[in-house]
Each structure stands twice: as structure tokens, then as C-alpha cells.
Ligand binder design. Structure first.
Ligand SMILES: Cc1cc2nc3c(=O)[nH]c(=O)nc-3n(C[C@H](O)[C@H](O)[C@H](O)COP(=O)(O)OP(=O)(O)OC[C@H]3O[C@@H](n4cnc5c(N)ncnc54)[C@H](O)[C@@H]3O)c2cc1C
Length: 417
């Protein structure tokens, strides 16, 4: 068997230079892993944000609420980060990859040679394509700076319109309500988080937000936006209604930052296509995190995961792969969201064609949905059911047949299922 078949990429010399583009979660963990795996060569970590590598989930929750400091999101304490001995360049943007010369170019023209390049450039908030969106005062949320800006707006505003009833929109809506703002959520689909959860869970989310006093408008078509000279915004809807608010937040998805890769001729399809070793169509360029499109046997297809778990694990996997270690990165997808006192978690890839078994009632404070292929659990969604989900995860990973009636019977502890 040759090394490619075994999932082993050609490694690097001990004195090689590994360049990482993007100092977010995947990039930070890639750099740390290179060192923890014993790589003593030069590691250049390039990130266009001014902050230490950090993770983003608290930015729409505790940091936005003002309950946690931005520094709480750092992946490593300053001393531990310094001990990694990186050539770390914050606030530094990479403008081009020259594959022939095996170097990247910084925005100021400085070239940096690499032996291996790891792209961890993540994504950015998708812009809203409606008249007025370019000139109206709109907030999005991706970075610490965005969270600080939005946080101070929420401290002074009395009303907020959230456009987009997906995870980030709903988390921002919950945080704003907790701060006492009047909140309206506008969702263009007929239910919330339509792409990732089934109707029962969408209903639960709708009830949760309405119970907390948020107006949620489904099937909402935003026709135009504007902000006047006093900072007051107007949102015109397709049905003729006009809303006014002190602030507008838009959470309508993510655009992967794959331009560097596309311009360099790497294979891309809504992100940088990599194999399960995290290697792109160029054997010396790897990618990880929100920007990477990877085969995943749990999904049965290639997919780009936007999750904390994948950013961390794929960043680590890409580092090990760059060093020539055997890597087969195909995690069981895991995602969570926190809104008010609700913790929702998803394991696996729920599919509309799977048989659904429920444990508990949607609408109750805690319940689970299992997605079965025959008698095998393929995915699970749990609301305030973190402990039971750990057992569900094991069921999914072990692919053992289970009796649906026992899964549905809340009197049978999950440990016994
Ligand atoms: C507000 C928010 C809340 C979230 N909550 C959850 C949650 O509850 N649960 C969950 O599972 N996931 C959550 N996520 C998703 C999770 O945080 C992301 O999947 C993860 O941050 C992706 O990490 P990454 O390293 O791939 O990208 P990022 O963390 O985005 O890092 C990419 C970095 O690369 C930089 N960059 C891009 N292009 C260049 C360039 N040319 N030169 C230099 N630097 C560049 C970017 O500016 C950025 O700093 C949340 C995300 C956000 C934004």
C-alpha cells in the first residue's frame, strides 16, 4: 500500500517553514499542534485580526451580553502562546498565493516562502442583497470587534430588528431581549433554522422566542432598508408593513474566505476542497475549519462544517497531516447553540428521509429526536438533554441496532438503551 492510500501526506523537513493563513480557531490549533507534535521549524501565523487566536461562540452569547471579556475567548493564555515560539503576525492580510514559487504575498507586497501552507481563513458574514443594504447602518457578527461594536449599540438602543432566523440571529435576539430591547426577528423561510432542524424543533425555537417577548415574523420578505441622519432605521417588508428600529442586525449566513485558493487555481466548490487528510488539490497546501470542504462518511458526501468542533479538530488534523502523520479527518458532526436557558445540540447529519423517533415532547423543557436508518441511529438532536446526548453519540458511533420503542421510552435510562 502506498502512503497516499494510508492517509499519509508527504511530511516536511525539521527545518521547514509552515505558513498558516488565518489566526482564528483552526489556525490557532494548527499552530499549537505543530509544536505539540514536535515540529521545531519555523511557523508563520498570519491573521488579519488584531487579536490573539480565539474562538467565536461566546461572541453572540456571554461577550455580547457583556458578561465575559473578549480575552476569555483566547485559545491560549499569553505565556502559553508565546512559548509556541511562532512568527505571529496579527493584523496582517495575505493577498496572494504563488504556488509555483511556493510563497504567499502579504498585502504590503512582502513575500513569505512556505514548504507547507495551511489555509484556515474561515468565512465572513453574508451581505444582505436588498435595496438600501449598502447604505443603511447594519450590524453583522463574526469578530471580537463586531461583538464589541454591537454590544455597545445594544447597551443604548431600545429596539432591534434581526434579519435572519438562523443560529446567530436567534442568539443575538436572545441576548438583546435579555438586555431589555424590543426585538423583532424577520425570517424569510416558513420556519426558524430551517436548513438544520426539523419542524418540531423549529416550533420549539419559535415558542421559546415568542415566550420571551420577541416578535417573530416568518415568510418575511425584506424589501428595502434605510437609516436616517439620527441613526433610526426603517425596514420595509413585502406585505407593506414598515418597521422602525434603533438597530438592524443581519445574520443570513456565511461566505467562505476561499478567494486566495480560487485565485491560485486550487479546486474549490463553496470552499477549498480537501481530502480527509486536509490536503487540497495542491499537495503542499492544506485547509481546515469553516473554509474547508471535506468528504465525510457520516454525511455520505463532501461538506463544509461551520462549527467549533470542526474548526478545532480539523485545525489539529491539518497540522498532523502537514507533518506527514496518518490522518483521516471525518468527525461525527457536532454543533450546539445556547439561547436563553435552552441548550440545543445536534450530533450527526439529520436527514428528512430518516425515520424520526422522539423521546419526550417538543415543547417540553427537555426532549430528544433520534434519526434512524432501519434500527441504527444516525443522528440526534437534543434540547436541554446534554447527558442523554452523550449516550446518543455513542449509539451513533457504534452503529449498533436499537429498539425504537426503548429509545422513545423516557422511563428507560439512555445508558440502558
Ligand atoms: C458569533 C458566532 C457564534 C458561534 N457559535 C457557535 C456555537 O455556539 N457552536 C458551534 O459549534 N459553532 C459556533 N460558531 C462557529 C464557529 O465559531 C466557527 O465554526 C469557527 O470559528 C471557525 O473557525 P475557523 O478558524 O475556521 O475560522 P475563523 O475563526 O473565522 O478564523 C479565520 C481567520 O482568518 C482570517 N483571514 C481570512 N482571510 C485572511 C487573509 N487573506 N489573510 C489573513 N487572515 C485572513 C479571518 O479574519 C479570521 O480571523 C459560531 C460562530 C460565530 C461567528
Amino acid at each position: 500500500m502506498d502512503t497516499m492510500e494510508m492517509g499519509v501526506a508527504a511530511g516536511v523537513r525539521p527545518d521547514a517553514t509552515i505558513v498558516i493563513v488565518g489566526a482564528g480557531q483552526a489556525g490557532g490549533w494548527a499552530a499549537q499542534t505543530l509544536r505539540s507534535e514536535g515540529f521545531g521549524g519555523r511557523i508563520v501565523l498570519l491573521g488579519d485580526e488584531a487579536h490573539l487566536p480565539h474562538e467565536r461562540p461566546p461572541l453572540s452569547k456571554s461577550v455580547l451580553a457583556g458578561e465575559a471579556a473578549p480575552a476569555s475567548t483566547w485559545l491560549f493564555k499569553e505565556a502559553a502562546f508565546a512559548a509556541l515560539d511562532l512568527d505571529w503576525r496579527p493584523a496582517t492580510r495575505v493577498s496572494r498565493i504563488d504556488r509555483e514559487a511556493r510563497r504567499v504575498e502579504l498585502i504590503d507586497g512582502e513575500p513569505l516562502a512556505y514548504d507547507k501552507l495551511i489555509l484556515c481563513s474561515g468565512g465572513r458574514a453574508r451581505a444582505l442583497a436588498v435595496p438600501g443594504a449598502e447604505t443603511a447602518r447594519i450590524h453583522t457578527l463574526r469578530t471580537i470587534d463586531d461583538a464589541q461594536r454591537l454590544g455597545s449599540v445594544l447597551d443604548h438602543a431600545r429596539s432591534l430588528v434581526v434579519i435572519g432566523g438562523g443560529w446567530i440571529g436567534l442568539e443575538v435576539a436572545a441576548t438583546a431581549r435579555k438586555k431589555g430591547l424590543d426585538v423583532v426577528v424577520l425570517e424569510s423561510q416558513s420556519r426558524l433554522c430551517e436548513r438544520s432542524v426539523p419542524a418540531q424543533v423549529s416550533e420549539h425555537l419559535l415558542a421559546l422566542h415568542r415566550t420571551h417577548g420577541t416578535r417573530v415574523v416568518l415568510d418575511a420578505k425584506v424589501k428595502a432598508l434605510s437609516t436616517d441622519y439620527e441613526g433610526r432605521s426603517t425596514i420595509e417588508l413585502g406585505d407593506g408593513e414598515t418597521l422602525q428600529a434603533d438597530a438592524i442586525f443581519v445574520g443570513v449566513g456565511l461566505v467562505p474566505n476561499d478567494e486566495l485558493a480560487r485565485n491560485a487555481g486550487l479546486e474549490c466548490d463553496g470552499g477549498v476542497i480537501v481530502d480527509t487528510r486536509c490536503v487540497s488539490s495542491d499537495p503542499d497546501i492544506l485547509a481546515a475549519g469553516d473554509v474547508a470542504v471535506t468528504p465525510n462518511h457520516w454525511a455520505g458526501r463532501r461538506l463544509r462544517l461551520e462549527s467549533w468542533q470542526n474548526a478545532q479538530e480539523q485545525g489539529m488534523a491539518a497540522a498532523r497531516s502537514a507533518l506527514g502523520q496518518q490522518v483521516d479527518h471525518q468527525p461525527l458532526p457536532w454543533f450546539w447553540s445556547d439561547q436563553y436557558d435552552m441548550n440545543l445540540q445536534i450530533y450527526g447529519m439529520p436527514s428528512a428521509t430518516d425515520r424520526v423517533v422522539m423521546r419526550g415532547e417538543p415543547g417540553a423543557s427537555s426532549f430528544l429526536l433520534f434519526y434512524l436508518d432501519g434500527e441504527v441511529v444516525k443522528a440526534a438532536i437534543g434540547v436541554n438533554a446534554a447527558r442523554d446526548l452523550r449516550f446518543a453519540r455513542r449509539l451513533i458511533e457504534q452503529r449498533k441496532p436499537v429498539e425504537a420503542t426503548r429509545l422513545a421510552d423516557a422511563s428507560v435510562p439512555m445508558a440502558k438503551v
